[in-house]
Structures are given as C-alpha cells and as structure tokens.
Design a protein around this ligand. Structure first.
Ligand code: ADP
Length: 472
C-alpha cells in the first residue's frame, strides 16, 4: 500500500487514474466501485491491524460487507502437507463453513482457479463455474451457494507464495480488467500487511525476549552481589576475629616481656647489687632484645587494631618543636654511634591538633629506618607547613632503594635484599604500619624518592587540624 507524507493512501486513487473511464459500462462501473470500496476498507484494516488473525477476518468481512461479493476466504500454504492449504479466515458461508472447498481434485492445490493461481503465482479467474462441467464438486458448490465466477489471487511477499485469497461473485464473468487491477492491489496490500505484522511481532517478541534476558541477568547480578556481600561480611568478621586474637595474644606477651625489660634494666643499673662485666654484657643483650621484641609486639598490636577498625584516635594540640625534640632525644645516641650527622630543620611555631603519639611513631619509624639503612653521611629531618597540612621530610644519604623494590616498600613483612638485611634487625612491618597510621589516623599521605647508593627521602604530609577535616 502506498502512502503520502500524511499517511494517506493514494495507491487506490492511482489505480483509478489508470482506468479508462470511457470504456466503463454501467455494470462494470458498479463492479469497479465495489472493488474500490473493498480496497479502501482493506487498506484501513491493514493500517489498524493489531494481530494477524483479526486482520484476516476483517478483510474477508470487508469483502462481503453490503453484499459486494458473495463469499471470500483466505488460506495459507500448509507447509506440513505438500500441495495442501490451510483455511485462515472466511466470510459469506453462513452456517456452511465446514464445507469450504479449498483443495479439490488431484491437482496440486486443487483443480480450480486456486490451484492455477498458486502454481503459476498469478491471479486466476473462473468466469462461469456453472458452464464448466469439469468438476462436479465445484459445480455443485456454486449452484448451492449462489455464485458463478471466482477470482483467486496469490499472496506473495519477497517472491515467496505463502497463501491465496479467493473471492466469489454472484454474476458471471464478474472480473473486468479494472476491477482485477484493484483486487490485485488488494492482495498486494494484504501480503504486505501480513508481513509487516509478522515483522512487528517478531520485533516485539525480540524486545520482550531481550527484556526477559535483561531482567534475568539483573536478577542474577543482584543475587550474586548479595552472596558476595554476605561472603565479604563473613571475611570481614573473620579478619576482625583474627585481629582481635593477635591483639590479645600480643597483649599477653607484653606483660612478661615488661618484667624482663624492667628487671634487666634494674640489674644493669646495679640497683640489686654489683654485677661483673660479663654479666653486664649479657644483661645488655637481654635488655636490648627485650626492647626490640616489645617494639615488634606493639607494631603487631597497632596493625591489628587498625585492620580491625578498633584503633582509638586521641587528637590534642601540641607544638611540633616539642615532638621533634623528643625524636631527637630518642635517636641522637644511635646516630652518634654510627657517626651519622643527625640534622633538624624545623620551622618554628607549628601547632597541630592531631594524635601526637601516632605522629611521633611515624616520624620515629622513618628516622629509625634512615639511621638503620645509612652507613655514613647524614639523616636530616625537615618540617614545614603545607597548605593546611604539616610536611615532615626525612632525608638520608643511605643505601637507597631500587625502583623494583619500591613496589614492595609499604607491604607487610617485606624486607629488601640488601647487605644490611641481616645486620639490621626488623620484621618488615615498620613502613606498613607507618603508611596505615598516616593514611587512616593522621589523614595524610606518604611518598618516597630514592636512588640506590645515594639516599632516600620519605615525605609525609598530615592534616594539621583533625577537627577541620571532620567538618569537610
Ligand atoms: P624493617 O626496617 O623492619 O625491615 P620497614 O617496613 O620499616 O621494615 O622497611 C621495609 C624495608 O624497606 C626495609 O627492610 C629496608 O630494606 C627498606 N627501607 C626502609 N627505609 C629505608 C631507607 N631509609 N633506606 C633504605 N631502605 C629502606
């Protein structure tokens, strides 16, 4: 069916234009009119069609409406039985529809015009069945049902014959040239309409199938996400229990260790009586190892607390000068023993409101490492304010860190393969804990630059005032 831009049908009008009106007699004018009005109704049905079954029924009804034609039916080629047709819709048979003769005789698709039309793929007219005595059954039907002529129009789409529409007229020799032209257009429009509907249905079904698949996937994703979340919660709980276990075990270890450190300290100071040089040397080892073990246990406790989300933060106001002075006291002797220059460059009057103990722990760890991994030269600590943060830089002229080792620097239990690894004790937890304290407690960041054989620079920036951070 052809439409202009406004969606109006003009195929039929064109057909009329092709008709030479002069040649039309009064009788044939009536026939052309009925074909025209049928075509118009058919086109309307095609445009409005919602489903195929209704479309076919609307069309056969339109054909017989107002007694334009006597009867009509539409059949599809039955692909399951060769040469057979399957009736899809009919009109005008009153109560006699069970005896609609679609296929008759031995010929493929029947002996009458239907068979011819389907085999040749062209319309076929029987002008007067009653005059054609070839088939008694067809003759009998025509006499009983009051029709004389028929036209069978094949339904073709994309060069494929898929059905036929058969129209019966009372009068003999009913189908003139102009009427046939209109009926051919009718069959073409019907074929187009059926296929358009099927395409639309297929598309709708695809959309529904896609939607179903999408819903199913969404459901699956939700299910999996829920399972993952549950597994994650379980893991978190296990991790928390592990951290709690480590914390309580480490705590248990601390009590006897405190006694070891305390009493060996007392004995070293000869408060419990004089000791020999040999005993002093041994006690010093006990005291030193005890302290080292205590630091290690403290690190483990801190890590497990942070990982178990159970670490408390105690922010307070303090002056950075004082904190650096404490660090200096702690490490001056150590640096001196290694003949290292321990230098400080601290901008004065820097106040912070943060967890002092944790910040001191961070600076101490970095200074301790710098002294451990520097054999000669200097360790320099600089402090300055940096856009709402305080920056502490610990620079050394030590062994440095290779680019490859940089990747493992802040990972737990990672110690680099260097000639100092054995001599300088350590568990590889210091920088792991330092990074966690900086990022999670002091709300800052840590970065490092290093060149093997030249030295390293650890740069820590922490939030100057934790109260302001919590406002943001
Ligand atoms: P530990 O010092 O107990 O081994 P850390 O986590 O503090 O553990 O450090 C991890 C590793 O990083 C050290 O074993 C060392 O190889 C390297 N490292 C840390 N600080 C320095 C530094 N200032 N210079 C060179 N190497 C360093």
């Amino acid at each position: 069916m052809l439409h202009d831009e406004k969606g109006q049908c003009y195929g039929a009008i064109q057909t009329i234009n092709n008709i030479s009106l002069k040649k039309i007699t009064e009788g044939s004018l009536i026939r052309v009119n009925r074909a025209l009005s049928t075509l118009s109704e058919v086109n309307q049905a095609v445009v409005q069609a919602g489903n195929e079954e209704k479309l076919l029924n609307d069309i056969v009804q339109a054909i017989v409406r107002n007694d334009k034609y006597r009867m009509a039916w539409i059949a599809y080629i039955d692909n399951t039985v060769e040469g057979d047709l399957k009736i899809m819709a009919h009109a005008g048979f009153e109560n006699d529809e069970t005896n609609i003769r679609v296929v008759c005789g031995n010929k493929i698709y029947g002996c009458n015009s239907i068979g011819e039309a389907l085999v040749e793929g062209k319309y076929h007219i029987t002008k007067n069945i009653l005059a054609r005595r070839g088939c008694d059954k067809c003759w009998g039907d025509a006499a009983a049902r009051d029709y004389t002529s028929t036209i069978a129009l094949p339904l073709i789409y994309d060069d494929q014959k898929f059905g036929v529409i058969n129209i019966y007229a009372r009068e003999e020799d009913a189908y003139g040239h102009d009427e046939v032209a209109l009926l051919l257009e009718l069959a073409g429009d019907l074929s187009y309409g059926i296929n358009a509907l099927r395409t639309r249905q297929e598309r709708d079904q695809s959309v529904i199938a896609l939607q179903d698949a999408h819903d199913y996937l969404e459901h699956k994703v939700k299910e999996r996400t829920k399972e993952l979340m549950q597994a994650n919660e379980k893991l978190k709980e296990l991790d928390r229990l592990k951290s709690m276990f480590i914390a309580s075990m480490s705590h248990e270890l601390r009590t006897p260790l405190n006694s070891i450190i305390g009493f060996s300290g007392i004995m070293l100071k000869e408060m419990s009586g004089p000791i020999t040089a040999k005993q002093k040397e041994h006690l010093q080892r006990i005291f030193g190892s005890g302290k080292h073990l205590m630091e290690l246990i403290s690190d483990v406790i801190d890590i497990s607390k942070i990982e178990g989300d159970r670490i408390d933060v105690y922010p307070q106001m303090f002056n950075m000068d004082e904190l650096i002075a404490d660090v200096k006291d702690l490490y001056a002797l150590q640096a001196q023993k290694k003949q290292l220059q321990l230098e400080f460059d601290v901008a004065s009057g820097i106040y912070l409101f943060t967890d002092r103990k944790r910040l001191q722990q961070v600076v101490s760890n970095l200074v301790s490492n710098a002294i451990k991994y520097t054999e000669n030269g200097h360790v320099k600590v600089s402090v300055r304010e940096y856009y709402g943060m305080v920056e502490v830089v610990v620079n050394d002229s030590g062994i440095g860190i290779s680019e490859e080792n940089m990747l493992y620097l802040f990972k737990a239990f990672e110690r680099m393969e260097t000639h100092l690894k054995i001599r300088e004790g350590g568990a590889g937890l210091g920088l792991y804990l330092t990074e966690k304290l900086v990022s999670e407690i002091l709300l800052g960041e840590i970065e490092v630059e290093s060149e093997p054989g030249v030295g390293s620079t650890f740069r820590v920036r922490v939030t100057q005032d934790l109260r302001e951070e919590s406002v943001h």
